[in-house]
Design a protein. Structure first.
Length: 101
């Protein structure tokens, strides 16, 4: 069970390398209209990435990265652990496997 938990936590870390920047871009584009008088318009996702990289560096794409991990790593670790335990339980009890074919 511990290895499954660690696998889920590691999967979260790896997936977040892509998901956190995508969320950052999406959220900034969503609030763009509210900040139009304050900030330079982002316009598109590509332009948003370029502006963030120029003004804030790579760290600008990963705000609150570790807070995100502390929120989602336990969830994903538990998900992997419970899923694998459930698969073994169904096998041990002779229940049909999904998908059956």
């Amino acid at each position: 069970p511990l290895l499954n938990f660690l696998a889920g936590a590691f999967a979260q870390l790896c997936g977040s390398l892509i998901w956190v920047p995508m969320d950052t871009i999406k959220e900034r584009l969503q609030i763009e209209g509210q900040l139009s008088k304050i900030a330079e318009p982002l316009g598109s996702s590509g332009r948003a990435v370029r502006l963030i990289l120029v003004k804030e560096g790579i760290a600008g794409l990963y705000p609150a990265y570790w807070v995100h991990q502390m929120t989602w790593m336990p969830f994903n670790g538990l998900y992997f652990m419970i899923f694998e335990k459930s698969v073994r339980w169904t096998q041990d009890n002779g229940l049909p496997q999904w998908p059956s074919g």
